[in-house]
Design a protein around this ligand. Structure first.
Ligand code: ES4
Ligand code: ZN
Length: 326
């Protein structure tokens, strides 16, 4: 349709994408075979059938199991390449990619192989598609502060290739306060700071992310809407929210796309963006997220253009690069 073509043609940045969450079942099978890794599924269809989640933890259990097929530098390169090849067709011109080093280093995979493989794929994507990208190292919040500090130490040789740090995995029971000191250390190294907050956790977790972690960008943030003073603060300060519509539906944080608050966020003056989160698990890449939100909420071209514009304003590109994209 006309609106589909408009969405595809809108240059956009993706700001909330877990690269391990872009592992499609076909690549999972290919890597399992290449690496001699057993997987608990007989077919690609069986894998897809297992992607039926009631909450974040249901998903995370399957997502961490799937990541076990990723073993070598070439695997991480192939993973990144598959993502970029797919989103080139969606009109993505810049992507800020989360990766979870602890998921891999805890299995004995060298940090070097993970990051060098991802950087290989990123360089290929820039050459092949002209897509620029940055890396954001996420700490797994269900693990300890000490483990997060060890991960920040392990990243030291590659800090010139890491734009920032984030916080992901099981939210409830692991508030931002647990990582206040690690985020202060990351900030002292000149890294940008983001955190998942208000996905399943309460508005107070969003407040902690602002006041204790000093985040530059808020991942999800949906539950901020329960607190009008917090919502007003996010609007007033121009905080970018990296919203993930299909993820919210798949993880049952929103009952259906028809009632997703993406348009309400814009009306409240929030700098909301549209992102895919874990596209291989949640039913689509950034283009599908835009199309589902547009259909579900009857978004018009002005709203869609605002969402795409917000993705550049909220990116960690320098001012000149942002201006080039607007
Ligand atoms: C995630 Cl949707 C989501 N929330 C928290 N942590 C994550 N890791 C990968 N996807
Ligand atoms: Zn996420």
């Amino acid at each position: 349709s006309d609106l589909d073509a408009f969405i595809t043609g809108l240059p956009k940045a993706e700001l909330h994408l877990h690269i391990e969450g872009s592992l499609e079942p076909e690549l999972m099978f290919a890597l399992a075979k290449r690496n001699g890794v057993a997987i608990p599924y007989a077919s690609v269809d069986e894998v897809r059938a297992a992607y039926d989640f009631s909450n974040l933890q249901d998903f995370l259990d399957i997502y961490y199991a799937g990541a076990d097929v990723l073993r070598t530098r070439a695997d991480f390169r192939d993973l990144a390449t598959a993502y970029f090849d797919r989103v080139a067709a969606d009109g993505v011109v810049h992507s800020e990619i989360f990766f979870d080093p602890q998921t891999h280093t805890d299995r004995g995979i060298p940090f070097a192989d993970v990051i060098e493989g991802l950087c290989d794929g990123m360089a290929d994507a820039e050459a092949k598609h002209g897509i620029t990208s940055k890396l954001i190292l996420c700490f797994l919040r269900h693990l300890s502060e000490e483990a997060a500090f060890a991960t920040l130490d392990a990243a030291e040789p590659w800090l010139d290739r890491i734009a920032g740090v984030g916080l992901d995995s099981s939210e409830v029971g692991h508030p931002p306060a647990k990582f206040e000191r690690v985020f202060a250390a990351a900030r002292a190294k000149g890294l940008k700071l983001v955190a998942h907050a208000g996905e399943e956790g309460p508005p107070d977790y969003v407040r902690e992310a602002l006041d204790l972690l000093h985040i530059d960008r808020l991942d999800h943030g949906n539950r901020s809407l329960e607190d009008p003073a917090l919502t007003a603060r996010l609007a007033r300060t121009g905080m970018t929210l990296t919203v993930c519509p299909l993820s919210n539906v798949k993880l049952c944080n929103v009952p259906s796309i028809d009632v997703h608050p993406i348009d309400r966020m814009l009306e409240l003056g929030l700098r909301a963006t549209v992102n895919s989160d874990d596209p291989a698990y949640f039913g689509g890449y950034i283009g599908e997220n835009f199309r589902a939100a547009a259909a579900g909420r009857n978004l018009d071209k002005r709203q869609l253009a605002t969402l795409a514009r917000n993705s550049f304003l909220g990116s960690f590109l320098d001012d000149a690069a942002v201006a080039d994209h607007l």
